[in-house]
Design a protein around this ligand. Structure first.
Ligand SMILES: NC(=O)c1ccc[n+]([C@@H]2O[C@H](COP(=O)([O-])OP(=O)(O)OC[C@H]3O[C@@H](n4cnc5c(N)ncnc54)[C@H](OP(=O)(O)O)[C@@H]3O)[C@@H](O)[C@H]2O)c1
Length: 261
């Protein structure tokens, strides 16, 4: 398997690279990084002996490297840039980047007519289980209040997290009337149709999500806590391996796991 990892000096890029190098089933790896010079790169202690691709030369170097798949966890503009070139060269791409606008997502979806694209806000099996649990219980808790809280490190740019938004989508399948209420202040009564959304940013927390249902003198919480970034990178690599055997289309981690969200 020949994999290109973009955003190689980012937190997730590094984690994906570490995980690939630990696996025996991955043979070749290349890094794409926007770090401009050797001095900057040397601060990131990337493993040596692997091709390093600069985004400026990305199209030509991609053609040369002929990867089976690209794994991208960067920022939306960069993901779009990488995906456009992947589509030109018919290379499948796994995208774990979050924070896309609706317009950017539409462009990505259009590109999936040309290549297999797996787009996933959270590569954790635990979060996949939370989606399944919500599907199973939200029908019988249909009149309970729902509050969603996500907690991440203080460098995370987008809020609320892509994972929280995907959890919200799952809840809305059985509660389409719910309207997001981002934080609260002042004096106001809680409406039964609101879903509270809370984003906490602190320290270097890997990622934590809590779904709270409350009503009828009881409360139910579903909590997921990622203990390391390896949770996500192993899911991203499993997805990449799976994606190399797929036809052009739009996929999610649920397809890799063989479950529906
Ligand atoms: N799907 C999941 O399971 C999951 C899990 C965790 C995080 N995420 C998401 O993954 C993304 C990355 O998270 P992170 O914590 O790794 O962020 P990060 O540490 O800030 O890394 C992002 C990397 O993207 C690259 N980059 C940034 N701007 C760029 C540009 N204009 N052109 C090309 N490359 C650029 C940079 O790497 P280089 O300088 O090396 O190019 C940067 O280090 C975020 O959207 C985050 O929400 C998803």
């Amino acid at each position: 398997m020949n994999i290109v990892v973009t955003g190689a000096t980012g937190r997730m890029g590094k984690s994906v690279i570490e995980e690939i190098l630990q696996r025996e089933d991955s043979t070749t790896i290349s890094f794409a990084t926007s770090q401009k010079n050797k001095d900057e790169l040397s601060k990131h202690s990337l493993p040596v002996g692997f091709p390093i691709v600069n985004p400026i030369d990305f199209p030509s170097q991609l053609q040369e490297l002929e990867p089976d798949v690209i794994i991208d966890l960067t920022v939306p503009e960069a993901s779009l840039f990488f995906t456009r070139h992947a589509a030109e060269l018919s290379i499948p791409i796994v995208i774990g980047t979050t924070g896309f606008t609706d317009e950017q997502l539409t462009e990505l979806r259009d590109l999936s007519n040309k290549i297999p694209i797996l787009f996933e806000a959270n590569f954790s099996r635990g979060i996949a289980s939370i989606h399944l649990a919500i599907d199973a219980i939200s029908g019988i808790l249909s009149n309970y209040d729902v509050e969603l809280t996500e907690t991440h490190h203080n460098k995370k740019l987008d809020a609320p997290s892509g994972t929280l938004l995907s959890i919200l989508d799952t809840i809305k399948k059985s509660r389409p009337e719910l309207e997001s209420k981002h934080g609260r202040s002042g004096i106001q009564e809680r409406k039964s149709t609101e879903v509270g959304i809370h984003s906490v940013r602190a320290g270097n927390i890997r990622g934590s999500h809590e779904v709270l249902f409350a009503g009828n003198d009881e409360m139910i919480t579903l909590t997921h806590q990622a203990e390391s970034r390896g949770v996500y990178s192993s899911g991203a690599i499993d997805s990449a391996i799976w994606l190399t055997t797929q036809s052009p289309g739009w996929y999610g981690f649920k397809d890799v796991l063989g479950v529906s969200k």
